[in-house]
Every structure is written in C-alpha cells, then in structure tokens.
Write a protein that binds this ligand. Sequence first.
Ligand code: ADP
Ligand code: ADP
Length: 225
Amino acid sequence: SPILSISDAVKTYGDTHALNQVNLDVAEGEFLTLLGPSGSGKTTLLSAIAGFIKMDSGKLTLRAEDITNRPPEHRDFGMVFQGYALFPTMTVRENVAFPLKVRKKPSSEITKRVNEALEMVQMGAFADRMPSQLSGGQQQRIALARAMSFSPQVLLLDEPLSALDKKLRADLQWELKALHNQLGVTFIYVTHDQDEALSMSDRIIILKDGGIQQQGDPNTLYNRP
Ligand code: ADP
Ligand code: ADP
C-alpha cells in the first residue's frame, strides 16, 4: 500500500486551477519527481502535501491515516523549500538541531543525530560556522541535513538545486541520489529541469495546468532503450 495518497486535490486561485483533480499514490522508498513548466502546479502540489496551503477539496493520507487537516508541524515531513532557508542567526549545528528541539528530543540524542546528519552530507567540519560563511552548495547541504536530522519517512524537496551552478548541481544530484539509495526514504522532488528528473527519478509525474499530463519511469516516458 502507498505511503502517501492524494485524492481529488483541487486548489483554485480566482480563475486559475493550480490543482485540478489530482490523484496520486506514492510508494514507500520511491524517488518521485514532479516535473513541469513554471505555473504548472508543482509548488502548489508540494505545498498542499506539506500543509503550507489548504486544498479547496481533496484528501491526503499518510500510511492510510487522514492528515488532510493536520498542521504542517504535525505531518513530520522533512522539507527543503526555497522559502524555507537556513536560520541566519543560528550556527550550522543549531540549524540542524532545530527540528529535533521542536520535537523535544533529549540533548544527548540531538548531539548524536546532528553529528550523523552533518557527516551524511560531509559537512561535519562546518558545524560551528554561520550560514553566511558557507557557499550556496554548502548551505543546501546543511538544509538537507536539517531536513533529515529527525529521520522523516518522507522528504519534500522544492527545486533544491536550482540556484546552483551547473557543475555543483551535477555533483549534488549524484549525492542526493546516493543518499536516497542509502536511506530508503521516500523523496518527492520538484523540478522544471528535465535532465535532473531523468537522472534521479524512479517515476516522473508531468504536470500541466494543475493536472497530471503524463507519468512513468524515465525510460518509458522518454522512450529510451
Ligand atoms: P509551479 O510550481 O509549477 O511553477 P505553482 O504551483 O507555483 O506552479 O502555480 C500554479 C498556478 O497557480 C500558477 O498559475 C500560479 O500563478 C498560481 N498560483 C500559485 N500560487 C498562487 C497564489 N498564492 N495566488 C495566486 N495564484 C497562485
Ligand atoms: P516556482 O519557483 O515553483 O515557480 P513561484 O516563484 O511561482 O514558485 O512561487 C513562489 C511562491 O509564490 C509560492 O508560494 C506560490 O504559492 C506564490 N505564487 C505563485 N504565483 C503567484 C501569484 N500569481 N500570485 C501570488 N502568489 C503566487
């Protein structure tokens, strides 16, 4: 059974159907990518899953439990969103510790998990820096460590690499994929970059005008041998 299900999701802004009857099942451990041009509804769909926006109608279940009306902080997703940057006045360590503190974990566990998360993204040496002292790619690594520090079952990522240059983007794509394979966590990944979607995804959902236009694994979708 799917880890996450969205049924009949509708969200309109005036005359715009940002989500137009979207139905989607996400399998446990899947790397699912939402692909589509600007304005196709990718961020709206991810934000509805995260709970940042309320759907006009529709239902969302996590492991068969109805979470449609649950606030974002009680959905327990790891999140890397554009509008969800590192806290600039906190050190790297404090940033990564934040989701654990919110969840009232004991301090010994926080220390251990923060160190593990920083090692995971190879940023252990930067624990006491401020975000402003890091490059864009390093900041994204820390954002990823923060999103994963509490071992979420599902990670939501909204164009996490779009602000980075081409070389760094390629490196981090590879690292993200490796992390996904290693952890077995479910990834829901938003991008407008077809190459990025092709190189990382188990399944690609192509959105258009707020609806699912096409979906499949990369090879089937693009007829590759
Ligand atoms: P994408 O992430 O694929 O670029 P969005 O989900 O951001 O697309 O937007 C889908 C559509 O909904 C677009 O037409 C966008 O202009 C509109 N939209 C999204 N958020 C809002 C909002 N807060 N107010 C008005 N229109 C919005
Ligand atoms: P993306 O990079 O995914 O296309 P956008 O830049 O379109 O994202 O949107 C960023 C934020 O602005 C989102 O939270 C979205 O809901 C909001 N937004 C998008 N379109 C509109 C709009 N037409 N009016 C108001 N808010 C919007």
